[in-house]
Design a protein around this ligand. Structure first.
Ligand code: ZN
Length: 301
């Protein structure tokens, strides 16, 4: 059974996972299966479920993918690993929706574990794919961005066709659905968090899909030598500290305690444990502390 852990422990555990991942061999040219130590764990099966209103979890157990639905089409955020794409498609179907009705695919950041499945999902759905200015060329060309702190140690992502560009603060729409793009750089130059409202009857809640905020890099890379990324982190923390936030979902679900929240909800805990208006601020505080530690450790080398 999952025990609630402190946010700090969860982030530390994720960092260990990432370190293991980063020492693994590169992805094969087919992009069908990622050869990484953590991939099997990340790709573990997960039953899809309703998070709130028209927002559903369709990802794997270790990587979030979010479906926002409407009668005139759906929005999907994140495609996870290449080998997660089929699971995501099957989850959409299991919930009674059609993959062909996904009209827009969005992304948190252009790493293989969040964007690796987008090419396949686009092929199946024919959805538009829209990305931030720094992320769009990485998606279009495939691979890893040269200005990525983890350049040189990450598996490449598959090329995505016809990638369009959005700008910070843009509202992207499908029918009556609208989601707002918030550039949250730092982990990558083009990282993006997403906000929207979901309603259950008369109660509408502020939904936040927060991008990764860990300062992880290839050996030799120093965040202290990249003021642009440090400014990016600061902007990202400020966003999380101020955005209206009722339900937080993170790219790696355990970072925001999603499984613990779901378990408590399934035990009929009241009020709904999924809702926590302090979760975004707690995430920001934790990420700020982690970055501080990283910068101090760079100063000692
Ligand atoms: Zn990443």
């Amino acid at each position: 059974m999952l025990r609630p852990r402190s946010l700090q422990d969860q982030v530390a555990a994720l960092l260990v996972l990432l370190t293991v991942t980063l020492s693994s061999p590169l992805l094969s040219a087919q992009y069908s299966k990622t050869d990484c130590a953590s991939c099997k764990v990340w790709n573990a099966p997960q039953q899809p479920f309703k998070i709130y209103g028209n927002t559903y979890y369709v990802g794997t157990h270790g990587l979030s993918s979010i479906l926002i639905t409407s009668p005139s089409g759906h929005i999907l955020i994140d495609g996870d690993l290449p080998e997660s794409a089929a699971q995501i498609r099957d989850h959409i179907r299991a919930l009674g929706f059609r993959i062909e009705d996904v009209k827009l695919i969005l992304n948190s950041h252009v790493h293989f574990d969040h964007a690796g499945g987008i090419a396949k999902l686009q092929q199946w759905s024919h959805a538009r794919v829209v990305a931030s200015e720094p992320s769009a060329p990485v998606l279009s060309k495939g691979g890893v961005g040269k200005d990525d702190p983890q350049y040189g140690i990450l598996p490449p992502i598959a090329k995505v066709k016809h990638v369009e560009v959005f700008h910070d603060g843009d509202v992207l729409r499908v029918g009556d659905l609208s989601v707002t793009a918030h550039l949250t750089p730092g982990h990558t130059p083009g990282g993006t968090s997403w906000t929207w409202k979901s309603c259950d009857g008369p109660q509408c809640l502020n939904m936040v899909f927060a991008d990764s905020l860990t300062a992880v890099s290839a050996p030799g890379f120093k965040f202290t030598e990249h003021p642009d990324l440090l400014k990016g982190f600061e902007k990202s923390f400020a966003f999380l500290e101020t955005t209206p936030c009722d339900i937080l979902i993170t790219t790696h679900p355990e970072i925001s305690g999603l499984w613990d929240r779901l378990e408590r909800r399934n035990q009929a805990a009241k009020p709904d444990p999924m809702i926590d208006s302090g979760a975004c601020r707690a995430l920001a505080a934790n990420a700020r502390g982690q970055l501080q530690k990283r910068l101090e450790s760079e100063g000692n080398h």
